[in-house]
Design a protein. Structure first.
Ligand code: ATP
Ligand code: MG
Length: 332
């Protein structure tokens, strides 16, 4: 079976609808076809300041949400990144074959450091994509399910895998991004030209899965559209309406042309109200399942412990091969 690997940050507590549609749903699907490894990337989270108690709680909450979304520990490996020390170790190796200029071209760092204030951005935030390279290469992943915003980081991963393989001999699988075009970028409901993001400027356009469903329903009902009245998919001229159609289609499985037919002659209000209802119906059982996993910390811990053990076996083998190829003397 081909391998899949992906990671998600525990930073905000709740995942948002962009995380779910762009990434987590693909994690669930790939369990069927791939030997899949998924992790909560706490080492990535600490590239910006975190409150220790919150980080601890959010990391477990993230794992509970992944299980609630449909990850099955019998069919995939779910773990916490920091439980597998090889991530930091191979991260260092990757730092040492990355050019400074090459790392400086990563647009996500530019965006995130600008938000932080340039003086406050850490070296960790700068090298974040390089740790991500190590995350992926450790598992010899073929496919990396992610949203569109991660494309550049996967490209870097491919470059570094090829560079290492070229210098030291075949060591790493060169991975490909697994990006599902239709849902690769879910937009903010208030600013439909910006990606829905955990670190959004205003919470009004951000649909958090764990918010009170009433609050989310209201966000859908007050989503920004345009001054026209026609419900038609047109990313360029109708980004707000197009985003709502994308979300509707993803949650109901109805194709967009079919939705356009269904809503012919109806106003934006009907689309928004329907979508609010559809979301609430989908998210309510998700809340229940998340609560169940959180309410049973023994099971959660044992899933994560078994996951870390399985992940470590794979990661240790890859790291040992990489060290050896580079000429590091193995410990006896
Ligand atoms: P931050 O803004 O702090 O980076 P985030 O919202 O991007 O947070 P991440 O944990 O970085 O969340 O991303 C987890 C996964 O969700 C990644 O694969 C990312 O590509 C995907 N993703 C994030 N936002 C969206 C979105 N708006 N649409 C589709 N996929 C998304
Ligand atoms: Mg992100």
């Amino acid at each position: 079976r081909p391998r899949a690997l992906s990671g998600i940050q525990p930073t905000a507590g709740s995942f948002h609808l962009g995380n779910y549609l762009g990434a987590i749903r693909q994690y669930v699907a790939l369990q069927e076809s791939h030997d899949a490894f998924y992790m909560v990337v706490d080492l990535h989270a600490i590239t910006v300041p975190q409150d220790p108690a919150e980080l601890r709680a959010n990391t477990r909450l993230a794992a509970a949400q992944l299980l609630a979304a449909g990850l099955d520990p019998e069919r995939c490996t779910l773990f916490i990144q920091s439980h597998v020390p090889e991530h930091a170790q191979l991260g260092w190796v990757m730092n040492c074959i990355t050019g400074f200029g090459e790392a400086s071209r990563m647009t996500q760092f530019k965006d995130k450091s600008a938000k932080q204030g340039a003086d406050r951005a850490t070296v960790g935030l700068f090298t974040y994509p390089i740790l991500q390279v190590a995350d992926i290469l450790l598992y010899q992943a073929d496919a990396v399910p992610v949203g569109e915003d991660q494309r550049q980081h996967i490209e870097l991963t491919r470059d570094l895998a090829e560079r290492f393989n070229g210098r030291y001999g075949p060591t790493f699988t060169v991975p490909a991004p697994h990006i599902v075009r239709e849902v690769a970028k879910i937009y903010d409901l208030q600013d439909p030209t910006a990606k829905m993001s955990k670190s959004a400027a205003s919470p009004k356009g951000l649909v958090n899965l764990l918010d009170d469903p009433k609050v989310s329903a209201k966000k859908f009902r007050s989503a920004v559209t345009d001054t026209d009245t026609v419900i038609r998919y047109d990313e360029k001229d109708k980004p707000g309406v197009s985003n709502l159609l994308t979300i509707h289609s993803a949650l109901t499985g109805t194709g967009i042309p079919e939705l356009e037919r269904q809503y012919e002659g109806k106003g934006y209000g009907a689309l928004k109200t329907d979508l609010a209802d559809i979301f609430v119906e989908w998210v309510t059982p998700f809340h229940e399942r998340t609560r169940e996993y959180l309410g049973d910390p023994e099971t959660l811990d044992s899933v994560l412990a078994k996951g870390a053990e399985k992940a470590r076996a794979v990661a240790a083998e890859t790291l040992a091969a990489a060290y050896d190829r580079m000429g590091l003397v193995p410990a006896k």
